[in-house]
Design a protein around this ligand. Structure first.
Ligand SMILES: [Zn+2]
Length: 250
C-alpha cells in the first residue's frame, strides 16, 4: 500500500515510493497545457517509455503565445511557430516523432474551464481526437496545479473521456510543485497517492530536451518586459533524478 499524499506533502517528495516504468501498460498519451509542460513534467518518463518501445503520443493544448505577449520581434504567429518547433525538437530528443505530436492551438491563458462559453465544442474536439487513439495510459497535469490552464486541461480531458467504455489509467504530473498554494491544496485530495519514477538514466536527455525550449530558458526573445523565463531556480526543480506523479486510488 502506497502512502497517501495528504499524509506526505510534496515538500517531502524525495520520500515518495519509487515505481517502475514497467508498471505502465499499453499506448501512452501525454497531455500538455502549454508547449514545454510535457518535457518539464514527464520528459524522463517519455524518454524511458520510448526506449522501451512504448507508443507515445503528445497533445499540446494551447499555443503558448502568452509567454511573451508584447514582443514585437515575435508577434503571435511567429511565437506560436517558434514554440511548436521547440516542442518538435524536444520530442525528437526524447524519441517521439513529429507524427506523434498534435497541437490543439487553443489560446494560451484561455483554455476553457467548466463555465467558459465554447467549452462543449473543445470537449467534443478532444473526444473525436481521442476515440481512434484509445490510449491505455494518460499523463495529465495535476488537477490542483496553480495555473488555471493546467486545471482546465485536467477537467477538459476528464470530460472528453467520460463516455469511454474503458477508462484509461490517469497519471497526473505537478509542474509548480514548490508553490505553497499547491502544497496546501494537496490535503484536499485524500484519494490521491504519490509516487516517483527514477529517471536517472534519462536525466541528460531530459535536460537537453528542456534546453530545446530556448524561448523559455534563454534571452532569445529580449523585447518583452513582461516576458516569461524559466529561472535557474525553477529549472532546478526539473533536474532531479526522479519525477513525481500523483494518481487517484481505484
Ligand atoms: Zn504550463
Amino acid at each position: 500500500m502506497l502512502p497517501m499524499v495528504s499524509q506526505m506533502p510534496l515538500l517531502n517528495a524525495a520520500a515518495l515510493p519509487l515505481r517502475s516504468v514497467q508498471t505502465i501498460t499499453g499506448s501512452v498519451l501525454v497531455v500538455a497545457p502549454h508547449p514545454d509542460d510535457e518535457t518539464l513534467g514527464c520528459g524522463g518518463a517519455i524518454a524511458l517509455l520510448r526506449t522501451l518501445g512504448y507508443p507515445v503520443q503528445i497533445l499540446v493544448m494551447s499555443d503558448g503565445t502568452m509567454s511573451h505577449p508584447r514582443s514585437l520581434k515575435y508577434p503571435t504567429p511567429r511565437l506560436q511557430a517558434l514554440r511548436e518547433a521547440e516542442t518538435l525538437e524536444a520530442m525528437s530528443i526524447l524519441g517521439v516523432s513529429e507524427a506523434a505530436v498534435t497541437f490543439l492551438r487553443l489560446q494560451d491563458g484561455s483554455i476553457p474551464t467548466s463555465t467558459s462559453p465554447g467549452r462543449q465544442e473543445v470537449v467534443a474536439r478532444c473526444r473525436t481526437w481521442l476515440e481512434p487513439l484509445q490510449p491505455a495510459t494518460i499523463f495529465l497535469p495535476w488537477r490542483a496545479d496553480p495555473h488555471p490552464d493546467h486545471r482546465a486541461t485536467w477537467t477538459l480531458m476528464r470530460a472528453a473521456l467520460a463516455d469511454f467504455n474503458e477508462a484509461p489509467r490517469m497519471i497526473e504530473y505537478p509542474i509548480w510543485d514548490w508553490d505553497p498554494e499547491q502544497q496546501g491544496a494537496l490535503a484536499n485530495f485524500t484519494q490521491v497517492m504519490g509516487w516517483r519514477l527514477d529517471i536517472r538514466s534519462m536525466l541528460e536527455t531530459k535536460q537537453a530536451a528542456i534546453a530545446a525550449y530556448r524561448s523559455q530558458t534563454t534571452n532569445l526573445i529580449d523585447d518583452d518586459p513582461d516576458g516569461f523565463q524559466l529561472t535557474p531556480e525553477m529549472l532546478a526543480n526539473f533536474a532531479r533524478p526522479w519525477e513525481v506523479y500523483l494518481e487517484e486510488m481505484p
